[in-house]
Write a protein that binds this ligand. Structure first.
Ligand code: NAD
Length: 557
């Protein structure tokens, strides 16, 4: 055993690379993109430290280019899931007892690998498979995941394990932050490679084992993340990578008595279904499962009459249309006072119409294709509704010839309760409601109550008292609240992320709140000189026996 209290300093966030013309990082990424576009990889499940090819194959094609076949992935069969469960249970016995510095070393090394030699591969996979621009891939797959790994390790060390109770004289108390007694089921979305990487690893950092079911639409990049973890020395079985049928895998895992928790990010409807299934299985579980879910959003920008119009316009374009609006935090409804609308509308429409859209390998593009046909059709459905029930100011066109392309669309809605102002669309559609300046208060109510979600929101005002009043009125409308900034782009350890209402359990990814969900602390009290007399002083006629050493001391139960 080592005699060491390790020192781990608070990490800085990973610096974002700019990929400007002529920059060396740009040339390297372009080479990797070209190579991965030609490779056509065979992607297996990753169980007990080795890849398993099941023969149940699905193709990976680039969302922006139907002709670009990136590879095939093998879906986990029930037998493979069973093998993964058995391996995870075996791994738990060792991993849950492994000293925490050894566990942290794996993820700190993974962060170095991802920040260095693996950066281009994971970024290129995210660009090709999820249709992200280089910048969107860089802030997600490289920087955010590196940050999650480094900062979760630091939080575990400095905020969880170091958090210990006081001990009065004669005792020594401590918390043993045990991992959960069982496995964690990590279910991840398509839209952030970093979330794919974070959801199984946050519990694993805390000594848990995880079965990771990635989104079918992100297997290409998520598989590369799994390779990084393998290279970092993650012991076999600690994280099992099992892409496949969401329903079948979920049913198989949630019926196990040692199912100890779900770490989920995705739509609200799926999370509600998971929660209900867990509730139905409750009598069969050994422990109460932890249920952590970050779900949908209908994120807003609320503009006060004192706002800086250009700042609003830029925030709306970036907040609504980066990554084709497929961020849970994407601005998708906006409230604008009549007095500012004409100037804002002209600027916003001009900027939006100028946005270049296309292949992520062409670095001039601002946005690319939406993820798949189902998303394309659903978004188009909302645009059609807007065509009839509201006014499309720009965009509205969709083209599926080569990829799933939808032009960024701005819709003016007279009715603040119109469907595109209320429901999550998850595409490049921004709905705007113009309110009369004198009816600011009503507009704030519409913003607060207009959708079931509570994820992100932004207010814009130059008048600081107005900011304060709006922040108070909208206190429960967003778990991440921005003042004079776009509602997207949260950075780990700067803006811990998550919302309440229908947006999830608000356990703040990248915050200590999240890590605490993956431990079941054991409180340990050691008494140095236990009493030798069962009687309390008030029961005794004469002097309490015991004397020095506190052996006659009154003790509490
Ligand atoms: P999705 O709900 O389609 O899928 C999420 C995950 O759930 C995937 O792994 C999917 O395979 C799985 N799944 C689907 N049906 C299932 C079922 N019946 N049982 C069990 N698992 C099932 O979501 P998506 O399209 O991948 O991602 C977009 C959604 O994620 C949006 O609603 C977005 O707001 C949300 N999201 C939220 C956050 C956040 O932090 N709040 C972050 C990213 C994405």
């Amino acid at each position: 055993m080592r005699n060491t209290i390790f020192r781990l300093d608070e990490p800085r966030n990973e610096a974002v690379r700019a990929y400007a013309p002529g920059a060396p990082e740009r040339a390297a990424l372009e080479r990797r993109l070209a190579a991965m576009g030609r490779e056509s990889v065979e992607i297996g499940c990753w169980v007990n430290g080795r890849e398993v090819l099941t023969g149940e194959v699905h193709e990976v094609r680039a969302p922006h280019d139907h002709g670009l076949r990136l590879g095939r992935w093998h879906a986990a069969t029930p037998e493979v899931v069973q093998e993964a469960l058995a391996g995870a249970r075996a791994a738990w016995r060792e991993w849950s007892q492994t000293p925490y510095d050894v566990r942290l070393a794996v993820f700190l090394k993974a962060a170095e690998l991802l920040a260095g030699p693996w950066r281009d591969t994971v970024n290129a996979a995210t660009m090709l498979g999820q249709s992200k621009t280089c910048y969107q891939a860089e802030i997600d797959a490289a920087c955010e995941l590196v940050d999650f790994w480094r900062i979760n390790c630091w939080l575990a060390h400095a905020k969880v394990y170091a958090d210990q109770p006081m001990s009065p004289p004669g005792q020594w108390n401590h918390l043993d932050h045990r991992p959960l007694e069982g496995f964690v089921y990590a279910v991840t979305p398509f839209n952030f490679t970093s979330i794919g990487g974070n959801l199984p690893t946050a519990p694993a950092i805390m000594g848990n084992v995880a079965l990771w079911k990635p989104s079918s639409a992100a297997v290409f990049s998520n598989y590369q993340v799994m390779r990084v973890l393998h290279e970092a020395g993650l012991p076999p079985g600690v994280i099992q990578f099992i892409p496949g049928s969401p329903r079948a895998i979920t049913a198989q895992l949630l019926s196990q008595p040692d199912f100890a928790g779900v770490h989920y990010t995705g739509s609200t409807a799926v999370f509600n279904g998971l929660w209900k299934q867990i509730a139905q299985g409750l009598d069969g579980y050994r422990s109460y499962p932890r249920i952590v879910g970050e779900t949908g959003g209908k994120d807003f920008i609320f503009v006060h009459p004192s706002a800086d119009v250009t700042a609003v316009s830029v925030a709306a374009v970036r907040g609504a249309f980066e990554y084709q609006g497929q961020k849970c935090s994407a601005a998708s409804r906006m409230y604008v006072p009549r007095s500012l609308w004409r100037a804002l509308r002209d600027d916003l429409v001009a900027r939006t119409e100028s946005l270049a859209m296309g292949d992520p390998a062409e670095f001039r593009n601002f946005l690319c294709a939406v993820i798949h046909e189902q998303a394309f059709e659903e978004i188009r459905g909302y645009v059609e509704k807007a065509r009839h029930g509201a006014r499309i100011l720009c965009g509205g066109d969709a083209d599926r010839t080569q990829g799933w392309f939808i032009r960024p669309t701005i819709v003016e809605c007279e009715d603040p309760g119109f469907v595109t102002m209320r429901e999550e669309i998850f595409g490049p559609v921004l709905s705007v409601h113009v309110y009369e300046d004198a009816r600011l208060d009503e507009a704030l109510t519409a913003c607060d109550e207009g959708s079931p979600y509570g994820l992100t929101g932004a207010v814009f005002a130059q008048d600081r008292l107005a900011v304060e009043a709006m922040a108070r009125r909208l206190r429960h409308a967003a778990g991440n609240f921005y003042i004079n900034d776009k509602p997207t782009g949260a950075v780990v350890n700067q803006q811990p992320f998550g919302g309440a209402r229908a947006s999830g359990t608000d356990d703040k990814a990248g915050g200590v709140q999240n890590l605490l969900r993956w431990v079941a602390p054991r409180t340990v009290k050691e008494t140095f000189l236990p009493p030798h007399d069962h009687r309390y002083p008030h029961q005794q006629d004469g002097q309490v026996e015991g004397g020095p050493g506190g052996r006659g001391r009154v003790s509490r139960t």
